[in-house]
Design a protein around this ligand. Structure first.
Ligand SMILES: CSC[C@@H](O)[C@@H](O)C(=O)COP(=O)(O)O
Length: 343
């Protein structure tokens, strides 16, 4: 099942629930979709790209309009609302902008509706295709018998289907390589333990769960051959990804372990540098409760000060290669990324 689909409303698998309790969340209004994005019911950079685009289609369908001008105003306002939900993953903005620009070309209410929806569907299709391509390119970096450490969830649930980093692992397994995965639990929201471990087990891929603080010992003991992660934004000097990624990259360097990033070209924001990117800071509740889903179980003093950034920036010097749908990019990135973006 796809993580996002359409039926005059955006339907999502609600990822705030545990997989055994997954429900379909139906967003009939743009405000509902914006809320869903904020609370991470839909999450992961490529899934947000499609969700943002479907959000524009939703804005075009959610009500009647007395004129085309009024409709276009509503679409622009909806784009702003959707873009204000999460600041770090650049793909969200790409999806919103693409669908909005396509829609604004329309000259009647019906045409605008069709154009917005067509663009959103195209983005969703493209996501699946590019994930398969990334998978094929990335699988070449994986050897039979490898153990791969990963963080967060970069699989079917973080994309429209298949996955980025998990897509690479899936593709390698599909090619017949025996691969084991070590999944970091990814505190505070546990995308690794709740979603990645579950997804891999569903596919029959060997997965071992560790707490984030155990990444050092597994590398030190020679239990990890490669690290593969996704990305939320790649700028000229860094890769933004789930909090904890930077720690993994530094550890991997110390232990001589290749550190790969798998991301589609829409994740590149090559005009910017790390200092230009806002890192989302999330609520204190995510840390002081045993889990955000059980607010009756405090695990810290209620009044403690909390710092809860959702992402970190890994300098590119730690990245051995970036896997994209046009191939694998190796350093020097300042030379090779512009080439692949232009291709
Ligand atoms: C495939 S998206 C990039 C991921 O590695 C990752 O950081 C991610 O899943 C995004 O975080 P999230 O906060 O769950 O939306």
């Amino acid at each position: 099942m796809r993580t996002i689909f359409w039926d005059n409303c955006v339907k999502l698998i609600d990822q705030t629930k545990l997989p055994e309790k997954f429900e379909i969340l139906e967003c009939k209004r743009v405000e509902e979709l914006a809320e869903a994005i904020k609370k991470l019911a839909v999450r992961g950079a490529p899934a947000l790209e499609a969700a943002g685009a479907y959000g524009i289609a939703l804005a075009a369908h959610e009500r009647d309009f007395s004129s085309v001008d009024e409709m276009k105003e509503h679409l622009k306002k909806s784009a702003e609302l959707l873009a204000s939900t999460r600041p770090t993953a650049v793909n969200l903005f790409v999806g919103i902008e693409r669908a909005l620009n396509a829609a604004l070309k329309g000259e009647s209410v019906e045409e605008i509706r069709k154009l917005a929806l067509k663009e959103a569907e195209k983005i969703a299709e493209e996501d699946v295709e590019r994930n398969k391509l990334m998978g094929r390119f990335g699988a070449k970096l994986i050897e039979d018998g490898d153990t791969i450490l990963t963080i967060c969830n970069t699989g079917r649930l973080a994309t429209v289907d298949w996955g980025t980093a998990l897509g690479v692992i899936r593709s390698a397994v599909e090619e017949g390589k025996r691969v084991k995965v070590i999944a970091c639990e990814t505190r505070p929201l546990n995308q690794g333990s709740r979603l990645t471990a579950w997804e891999l087990m569903q596919d029959g891929i060997d997965v071992t769960l560790i707490a984030d603080s155990m990444a050092g010992i597994v590398m030190q003991r020679g239990m990890v051959d490669k690290v593969i992660v996704g990305a939320d934004r790649i700028v000229r000097d860094a890769v933004f990804n789930k909090i904890g990624t930077y720690t993994l990259a530094v550890l991997a360097k110390e232990h001589g372990i290749p550190f790969f990033v798998a991301a589609p070209l829409t994740t590149f924001d090559w005009e910017r540098e790390a200092k230009d990117v806002e890192i989302e800071e999330r609520s204190k509740e995510e840390l002081i409760y045993c889990h955000i889903t059980c607010k009756n179980r405090l695990i810290a003093p209620k009044d403690v000060e909390v710092f809860n950034p959702a992402f970190d920036a890994t300098p590119l010097k730690y990245v051995s290669a970036i896997i994209t749908e046009r191939g694998v990019v190796f350093p020097p990135y300042e030379e090779n990324v512009p080439k692949i973006l232009k291709k």
